[in-house]
Design a protein around this ligand. Sequence first.
Ligand SMILES: Nc1nc2c(ncn2[C@@H]2O[C@H](COP(=O)(O)OP(=O)(O)OP(=O)(O)O)[C@@H](O)[C@H]2O)c(=O)[nH]1
Ligand SMILES: [Mg+2]
Length: 388
Amino acid sequence: MNFVDEVEIKVDAGDGGNGCVSFRREKYIPNGGPDGGDGGDGGDVYLIADEGLNTLIDYRFERFHAAERGENGKSKNCTGRRGQDKYLKVPVGTRATDAETGEVIGEVLHHEQKLMVAKGGFHGLGNTRFKSSVNRAPRQKTPGTPGEVRQLKLELMLLADVGLLGMPNAGKSTFISAVSAAKPKIANYPFTTLVPNLGVVRQGVGNSFVVADIPGLIEGASEGAGLGIRFLKHLERCRVLLHIVDIEPFDGSDPIEDAVTIVDELSKYSPELAEKPRWLVFNKIDLMLEEDAKAKMDEIVAALDWQGPIYSMSAAERNGTQELVNTLGDWLLEHPLPSLEEQKTEEQVEFKWQNYHDSVMESEDWDDDDWDDDWDDDEDGPEVIYQK
Ligand SMILES: Nc1nc2c(ncn2[C@@H]2O[C@H](COP(=O)(O)OP(=O)(O)OP(=O)(O)O)[C@@H](O)[C@H]2O)c(=O)[nH]1
Ligand SMILES: [Mg+2]
């Protein structure tokens, strides 16, 4: 099974390089000024979305990823080189969470989108920076700060427009194979589908949508029964859910209870997901006389107190499926996805060392009137303070 949608990895951004203490030593310049350069910043760790990937499996095997350390500063005012950033390729739709705090860092939703998951350390300052009218031969420097280390949970959530929800054997996979080119395994035993499948429904040029078929849910799924509810996360980004109800389960279970169970488990998993637009789709109507089917459907609608849209079909006989797909296509056109900018509501996560630079700048070493005068001269090599 190559589909892996959850992994935990450790990311380690590069430490900042240390500042350097050094003095200019040259022939004929006996008392050269300070010329210790700053260190380089540590490299950051980023996720980068790659549309060619559809699993996080590589991260099962490689769990530690580090960016490069910044180089230390050197004499002659040489600034250390910045550490190289580390880019981790992930499938589009991957979300990163800090595993220790549970804080969602962000997600990558389109090809080549980048997300910083660990910030590199800030560079240390060389002694040139501490030169002043009072102290012309400073021996101060600051060390680079450590790069951020995070235990990271990566979760892949499939990007689909329509999500299928229902008991095992309800006919979810039969439906997706009826309306798309997807060829999932279909069988009359529960949990035939073990990992999500995506199917593309084509309705003419430039008008297609994606359906996600996920493993079935059973009672107690939120407590881990069956395959649990871990696959429900793949429905979070769908625009509409189809609750597929088998009106004549061959295991003899009561279709009313089954339908209620699904709604309960959905609400337990996430009230937001339960609030998402959802259509009730009765399946296997070929197994009953029309009147009996109608009566059964009415009972289920009443038991669920269902007010939303209702469809019926025989996925196996492809009866009613095309109609459902056409209505879905129209509905999706009328309910476009919010643009990416609107989706970016997530706050920028503050990184641990964000304020380090400010605190160094504010420290007393900088309270010097001559500071501004000295600063500008540094651009083209060391400033010579004493020259005979
Ligand atoms: N008579 C009839 N049988 C159907 C219909 N749709 C599906 N089936 C049968 O029901 C059984 C289960 O179908 P699947 O599509 O595998 O069900 P599923 O919801 O994907 O089940 P899981 O993957 O286990 O969650 C299969 O034997 C299908 O042939 C239908 O409309 N009519
Ligand atoms: Mg299935």
